[in-house]
Design a protein around this ligand. Structure first.
Ligand code: NDP
Length: 419
């Protein structure tokens, strides 16, 4: 029986909260704490008569380590689930250490202010040393390894779908299907249609930063960086059909590259429609994706934050999105001396998700694994002192939980490979 403090109450958090409330045997009590407390109260109002889980709420600015430490100490949860933004990863980890509580998140750290000179100096060195230029990377959180180890606490990083489930798929493939994995292609297909000319399926600022960055992949332990959207393939996805997909940099490549060094090549592809790409390019060209504040009529505004205010709230896309997602990994390698290839994937239907929890499938496919990751930690199944990604534990209980909690997966032998 566990008490979970959930930080954030946006699209992903709302699914994680709903799922914890379906799983009252594990989550006896939750506290929803976020910047805008009215959202937490609305979730409590919506769910409290449908669940045995006791729901509490609190207002918190997770950038304020002192206030957050006090909240954690007062509430005394079994663990903290961070489903706020990647900007808060380090402050929430600091507060967890100060209060002596396990930590779980869904995305690795990136700074809100990429013009901060102290961060820039580290970033510039990393770009030069490692060869990829994304603003987010694991180094900041892996640097907490000793602190969590010494405190006897677990930090589980990146338990969404990708990263998260995709890395569990990799651990599962390694455990049950291969003696040696040679290549991993992670394919993220969203065949959903929300009817808007342009909207993002999760936080616009985080999403647009990720997608407009140069792509990169890992080959023989080295990063290879390419201009944004310059590698394109077509793939025929089960449940969706043929879609164009583009090679992107993605955070699980970094963790898999470190933890499975025997894998010769790791790539990540995501599908995009032409309308999305044209809008994004145009917004980028006019400076609307910039994170550098400008002065407008005496007021300082950050262009991408202003754009976020104009775009539909991802949490509001649920009722209008139809179609399916298909996210998974294609593995090639050797088993018993013979070449083998398998594809492990999940197909998720936007409208089914909406009927169940009131959210579209992108929030659903992230929020369910967030709950499952938290469950793995609070039940002790994935509890070890230190900082871990999801490929570092026994994948079997997590894979079982995916089937039980709404993200069933399948394994297909000899899939069509991506060239
Ligand atoms: P949203 O923008 O919808 O929600 C973010 C929530 O965090 C909001 O409730 C916001 O409060 C709150 N928040 C922001 N800053 C603070 C702060 N300083 N203190 C307290 N609360 C704060 O984002 P999403 O739900 O779309 O995304 C949540 C996380 O999930 C992100 O880290 C994202 O990167 C990650 N993600 C991971 C995926 C994966 O597969 N691994 C896929 C998709 C997302 P307010 O309501 O006041 O704005």
């Amino acid at each position: 029986m566990a008490k979970l403090l959930i930080i954030g109450c946006g699209g992903v958090a709302q699914v994680a909260i709903s799922k914890c409330c379906q799983n009252s045997d594990v989550f006896e009590e939750i506290m929803i704490a976020s910047r805008t407390v009215s959202k937490c109260e609305a979730m409590k109002e919506k769910l409290q008569n449908t669940t045995k889980t006791v729901i509490k709420t609190a207002q918190i600015d997770a950038d304020d380590v002192e206030a957050l430490t006090k909240l954690i100490k007062d509430y005394a949860p079994t663990a903290v689930l961070n489903v706020a933004l990647p900007y808060q990863d380090l402050t929430i980890m600091d507060a967890c250490l100060a209060a002596g509580v396990d930590y779980i998140d869904t995305a690795n750290y990136e700074p809100e202010d990429i013009d901060d000179p102290a961060w820039r100096a580290v970033y510039d060195k990393r770009c030069k040393d490692l060869g990829f230029s994304a603003y987010f990377d694991y180094s900041w959180q892996w640097a907490y390894e000793d602190k969590f180890k010494e405190a006897g606490l677990t930090a589980l990083l990146g338990t969404g779908f990708d990263p998260g489930v995709t890395s569990v798929f990799a651990a599962y493939a390694k455990k049950h299907y291969f003696d040696e994995i040679h290549t991993i292609d992670i394919l993220d297909c969203n065949g959903g249609d929300h009817g808007y000319p342009f909207a993002t399926n999760f936080n616009p600022e985080i999403n647009l930063r990720e997608v407009s960055a140069p792509g990169s992949y890992m080959e023989n332990g080295k990063w290879i960086e390419i201009p944004a959207m310059s590698i394109k393939r077509e793939y025929d996805f089960d449940g969706v059909g043929k879609k164009d997909m583009y090679l992107l940099h993605h955070e699980e490549i970094e963790a898999l590259g470190r933890n499975m060094p025997e894998v010769k090549r790791i790539r990540f592809f995501m599908t995009f429609g032409q309308s999305y790409l044209t809008h994004m390019k145009c917004l980028e060209n006019v400076g609307m994706l910039s994170t550098t504040p400008i002065n407008y009529n005496g007021q300082e505004i950050v262009p991408i934050q202003f754009l976020k205010a104009l775009l539909p709230d991802p949490a509001s896309l649920g009722p209008r999105t139809v179609g399916k997602t298909n996210i998974g990994c294609i593995f090639t390698g050797i088993k018993d001396g013979k070449e083998r290839s398998i594809y492990i994937y999940n197909v998720c239907d936007h409208q089914e998700c909406y009927k169940e929890v009131g959210s579209q499938a992108i929030s659903y496919t992230t929020g369910v694994p967030a709950m499952i990751g938290a469950m793995m930690v609070v039940t002790g199944q994935w509890k070890q002192p230190g900082v871990f990604t999801t490929d570092e534990f026994d994948p079997d209980p997590y894979m079982e939980a995916l089937n039980k909690w709404g993200l069933p997966w399948q394994v297909v032998e000899n899939p069509v490979l991506v060239d």
